[in-house]
Design a protein around this ligand. Sequence first.
Ligand code: ATP
Ligand code: MG
Length: 422
Amino acid sequence: MISYARQTQDEQPEAPPPPAEEHIAPAPRVSVQAFCETVETAAAVQSAGEDRRLGKAHLKIQMGGMAAAIEAYRSAPTPNVIVLESDARNDLLAGLDQLATVCDAGTRVVVIGRINDVMLYRELVRRGVSDYVLAPVGPIDVVRSICNLFSAPEAKAVGRIIAVVGAKGGVGASTISHNVAWAIARDLAMDAVVADLDLAFGTAGLDYNQDPPQGIADAVFSPDRVDTAFIDRLLSKCTDHLSLLAAPATLDRVYDFGTDAFDAVFDTLRATMPCIVLDIPHQWSGWTKRALIGADDILIVAAPDLANLRNTKNLFDLLKAARPNDRPPLYCLNQVGVPKRPEIAATEFAKAIESQPVVSIPFEPQIFGAAANNGQMIAEISANHKSIEMFLQIAQRLTGRSETKKQKSSLLSPLIEKLRGK
Ligand SMILES: Nc1ncnc2c1ncn2[C@@H]1O[C@H](COP(=O)(O)OP(=O)(O)OP(=O)(O)O)[C@@H](O)[C@H]1O
Ligand SMILES: [Mg+2]
């Protein structure tokens, strides 16, 4: 897997975060040792190690390049991944040959170098090098290279986690996450699952009119049993493309989870589900923070008042700092235009957050209330309601996908719908 085509020699180390369409799956619990020659590369590798996608990997960085690597593995076992920075062609190839004699089977080697030459790439491939990344490298280049070693190319589309959280309680985060997931499944035709993480009070079951006997609690309370088959049994099917991992919404036990309580569930969902929408309750705990930081994309739902503004700003600041190689979170305003309520305008919000809301969803108690009480989505209650277009817009921004159903109002629509139903 040679990646020279991805970069040019002129690329700056501070490359922008990857576009929404690029999805880098997190690396498993692997050991990575880097042997750098330059401080710039060492710094990029260091920041890569702090990226959420390498959160589980153990990364060690040393200077000294090839010579240091050969010296280090004379006696010590080799890790899962060795990252080598090397600039000189002959030293590199000779060094790799020497390294090969001490490398354990299964160790993968990534080389960072400045020589952009097909002959060199061929030689590297022949020696079993897994990836060659052209310097200068940015953190995301290192993240991408390491993560790609462990994700099969055909699994690329799998496992994007979208976290939705309210800036305050009751602002409609759950309602929006459910309607957005619905749009992802129906209009973008992506298989999606909604995981209701509000175990005590979650409403996803009510909203989709489902009452499954089991759900997320069964998984989170028996993490050792969690695998794809186990999770599959806990999912209830809402529509063709949409499943639900429901909350028990019972109070017979309390839900004081540890920071990584949901890791196994998320990892398992990622392996098979293209899109996982997390309905995160409005609370600040180890596991909610971890779920947000670890997500591929984030949507913050805010109502237009001061407390929401402050909390959105705080969430943005924290998440941007914790995810320097990702695009910033998205946010939307909801319940805008409550009669007689003084509100902060979207422009003011945007100025303070330094980012525009994806959409501003109006306060419409009648339709939202009816949907909630009937266990239906807004689109089922009122096919042409203006919020439906907004849910779709959010879905597109979050997934980086555009609508597949282009012939929305064409003569063929009923036929296409029918065919899709089969
Ligand atoms: N745009 C809207 N117009 C009118 N009512 C809305 C709107 N959005 C959500 N609601 C209503 O607001 C209430 C709270 O919504 P929801 O449960 O989705 O909020 P939440 O942020 O998830 O709350 P919690 O903090 O409990 O998780 C629900 O009754 C919902 O129907
Ligand atoms: Mg909620």
